[in-house]
Write a protein that binds this ligand. Structure first.
Ligand SMILES: *Cc1c(COP(=O)(O)O)cnc(C)c1O
Length: 364
């Protein structure tokens, strides 16, 4: 619903396409799953799929129902279920709609092979636990899976794993070593890399990479800007000033009075709060822009409003445009910087944008 309250999430499909192409260019020997799980990281599953349908090698998501909906909408590329099947019904849909399916445990393998799968070709991603310790087969459970798989020749297997620290100091070497140990003399296809591994560790590219966050224009690395990686922001969260206050020395701002003016200042009240998805933990000093001018938030974020410093932006009155993150009028406010100030990551900010925030798609 388009409401007249000024908050908007503006989505740039062209930026998704640009970022996807960058992922492909960064791993030129590999195919790339466009990861559109979690409603395309809050950007809208269908918007992302529409932006990429002409180019993506495949789409990766979680829910079987969403995968089937993509098939029914005419998506012909491979579709990967990142957590595999949850039920026998899912297993039948995998066969019927030619979905590619992660298998991370014995139970899933049995569900799949117990379905009509035995008579149809099946593409599975056999997931190995190489150190993250969430999902996947280990040295003790893998042998049994291979034993079963050897008896069903129509199953086409890709070996996969997921890195816990591709963005960090420890990197991928330990997990890669374990992967190679578990894979043994495997010569078939492999899929290892998320955005961080794709951009930083070419040795992980394999046959299929799995970029997620980079498609949405945020950096997978703390301290390295998305812009310096060549990524373009896809979502801009924007609103407007709806109130102005002149503060005297000693005046406090917002719930808890956590900010006290140390000099006279001009305060702007923005129509955006935590019920819109803005992080409540963002402290005073979080970056924000008004009329394209960078400034900082002031005091606690409340449900429907937050405050910012307008002292150096005298032209900004009621109705002045505000950029919470994304592309501003002049320059951008990286979602990564807002996230860092709030002690989180851009992934969470994007996913948290509330349903009450109207979405505008550029070019529509
Ligand atoms: C979400 C996900 C990805 C994408 O990770 P990013 O860090 O967003 O690039 C890749 N692989 C798997 C298995 C995932 O669940």
């Amino acid at each position: 619903m388009k409401t007249s309250r000024p908050i908007r999430a503006r989505i740039a499909p062209a930026a998704i396409l640009h970022n996807y192409r960058l992922a492909r260019e960064s791993a030129p020997q590999s195919k790339a799953w466009a990861v559109v799980k979690a409603n395309a990281y809050g950007h809208g599953q269908w918007r992302a799929v529409e932006a990429l349908r002409g180019e993506a090698d495949g789409f990766a998501l979680l829910e079987c129902e969403n995968a089937v909906a993509l098939r029914e909408a005419g998506i012909t590329q491979p579709i990967l279920l990142l957590e595999g099947v949850f039920s026998a019904r899912d297993a039948r849909a995998v066969v019927e709609h030619r979905l590619t399916c992660v298998v991370h445990c014995q139970e899933q393998l049995e569900l799949l092979l117990g379905s009509a799968a035995v008579v149809a070709p099946l593409s599975i991603y056999l997931k190995l636990n190489t150190g993250m310790n969430r999902l996947g087969f280990t040295a003790t459970t893998l042998a049994r899976a291979w034993q079963i798989l050897r008896e069903v020749p129509q199953v086409d297997v890709t070996l996969m794993t997921h890195f816990a620290e591709a963005d960090g100091e420890r990197g991928v070497s330990e997990q890669l070593e374990r992967f190679n140990g578990l894979a043994g003399d495997w010569r078939g296809p492999v899929s290892l890399a998320n955005s961080a591994a794709l951009l930083r560790h070419p040795s992980t590219h394999g046959d299929w990479v799995r970029p997620g966050i980079m498609l949405y224009g945020a950096s997978p690395f703390a301290g390295i800007s998305a812009e310096s990686l060549g990524l373009r922001p896809v979502m801009t969260l924007e609103s407007a000033i709806i109130g102005v206050q002149e503060l005297a020395v000693g005046d406090r701002v917002g719930y808890g009075g956590t900010f006290t003016a140390e000099q006279p200042m001009r305060l702007g009240i923005v129509a955006c709060g935590y019920a819109d998805g803005y992080p409540r933990h963002a402290p005073s000093g979080t970056p924000i822009a008004v009329m394209g001018q960078p400034t900082k938030t002031v005091g606690r974020v409340s449900m429907d409003m937050l405050a910012c410093d307008l002292s150096h932006i005298p032209a900004a009155g009621i109705g002045a445009p505000v950029t919470l993150w994304g592309n501003g009028i002049a320059g951008s406010v990286p979602a990564d910087d807002v996230a860092a100030a709030a002690g989180t990551i851009a992934y969470e900010l994007f996913c948290a944008v509330a349903p009450r925030v109207p979405v505008i798609v550029d070019g529509k």
